[in-house]
Design a binder for this molecule. Structure first.
Ligand SMILES: [Zn+2]
Length: 71
């Protein structure tokens, strides 16, 4: 499910909203529909631009970046 971050141009409220294909999103603060879509942080993470702090770069089994001994 895509989560987009919006900024309301009317009251400057920033919020995240799930979008299912259409753009029927309104501001939870003032109910306005003059919104600016911001880059979603979740979208950046899923695209692989970020290196996870835990996971592929280190091994929990051998506390080494080279897992040839335990994998
Ligand atoms: Zn608003």
């Amino acid at each position: 499910m895509p989560i987009y971050e919006y900024k309301c141009l009317k009251c400057d409220e920033q919020f995240e909203a799930l979008v299912f294909g259409d753009d029927n999103v309104s501001c939870p603060n003032c109910k306005g529909d003059k919104l600016e879509r911001l880059m979603s942080a979740c979208g950046f993470k899923s695209s692989g631009d970020f290196t996870p702090s835990t996971g592929s770069s280190s091994c929990s089994g051998c506390t080494s970046t080279n897992c040839s001994t335990c994998h």
